[in-house]
Write a protein that binds this ligand. Structure first.
Ligand SMILES: Nc1ncnc2c1ncn2[C@@H]1O[C@H](COP(=O)(O)OP(=O)(O)O)[C@@H](O)[C@H]1O
Ligand SMILES: [Mg+2]
Length: 287
């Protein structure tokens, strides 16, 4: 079901929140993801298989920013791993444009909650890793400084991961995913381990990168505010086996204001879908 948030226009005049003349030279580097009738279950020791995803059908348009939100353990990471090609569905299909996803590929970059940098490599070598693995390092190494600039890590080329703060390490992980110019960026709770202020800064950084480079972005988050602040559409998943509860179009122009009435309205609507809206309870009164 597709829900349009009430009272908001479906097409904001400036959906990416950028001035018209802002560069978007990579606008073509985006892909459409189609998820058709996907089922996924996992075998368990001494118990029947658990079904994690049941009949999931979704389409993420080229260049869209999608947030996946749902209760813990419902299958958000599993869905992201299927798109990444790190796991295969039991039934159904996943496509990037016209190609079926059969395994990992450089056109799909992935960032986890933990930056997972190689601790023994410098930040430069961590970011260059994707180019070396693809065998294009010599040809494309001149692009690496651009990625340091993009994520604001200029001057840290020779540092090692343990020299960086959590936010900086996550910027490096982002650059490592972006260096191959993916058509799709997959983010699995990438800001979950950061403090609130760093997190808000990083939300803006990621939006800036997305607006500039134009790749389709799918971000798992458990933070409703983060989903509304960042996404074009929010996919709300139900508890396991996960079904698509609702797909919500966030028709609020960017940059978004967290205190805006439309923002707060949508927030309470999503919390209600997730069954977290406050319920008035009669409490025993002992005084
Ligand atoms: N490789 C696996 N083997 C067995 N069970 C798994 C595996 N991956 C995930 N699961 C189970 O699938 C369910 C969904 O996991 P996950 O997709 O990580 O949830 P979420 O990201 O929404 O918190 C959980 O119950 C988890 O234990
Ligand atoms: Mg997860």
């Amino acid at each position: 079901m597709v829900v349009q948030s009430k009272g908001l226009s479906s097409k904001p005049a400036n959906p990416r929140g950028l001035p018209k003349e802002a560069p978007s030279r990579s606008e073509h580097k985006a892909g459409t993801i189609r998820i058709g009738a996907v089922h996924k279950s996992f075998p368990q020791f001494d118990a029947p298989d658990i079904t994690v995803l049941a009949d999931i059908n979704l389409e993420f348009k080229a260049g869209e920013f999608i947030a996946l939100i749902g209760p813990s353990g419902c299958g958000k990471s599993t869905l992201l791993r299927l798109i990444a090609g790190l796991a295969l569905p039991d039934k159904g299909s996943l496509n990037l444009d016209d190609d079926e996803i059969h395994g990992p590929g450089y056109e799909r970059g992935l960032v986890f909650q933990d930056p997972t940098l190689f601790p023994w490599k410098t930040i430069y070598e961590n970011i260059a890793f994707g180019l070396r693995a693809r065998g294009v390092y010599q040809r494309e190494k001149n692009t690496i400084p651009e990625f340091f600039k993009l994520v604001g890590l200029e001057g840290f080329e020779k540092s090692y991961p343990h020299h960086l703060s959590g936010g900086m390490a996550q910027r490096a992980a982002l650059a490592r995913a972006l260096v191959n110019n993916p058509k799709v960026l997959l983010l699995d709770e990438p800001l979950g381990a950061l403090d609130a202020f760093t997190r808000m800064n990083m939300q803006d950084e990621i939006l800036k990168i997305w607006a500039h480079r134009g790749m389709t972005t799918v971000m798992v988050t458990h933070d409703v505010d983060e989903a509304i602040y960042m996404a074009d559409r929010i996919v709300v998943m139900s508890s396991r086996p996960a079904k698509i509860e609702q797909v919500i179009q966030v028709g609020i122009g960017r940059p978004r204001q967290r205190g805006d009435p439309d923002f707060l309205d949508l927030r309470s609507k999503i919390l209600q879908i997730l069954h977290f809206a406050g319920t008035k309870q009669e409490l025993p009164y002992y005084l």
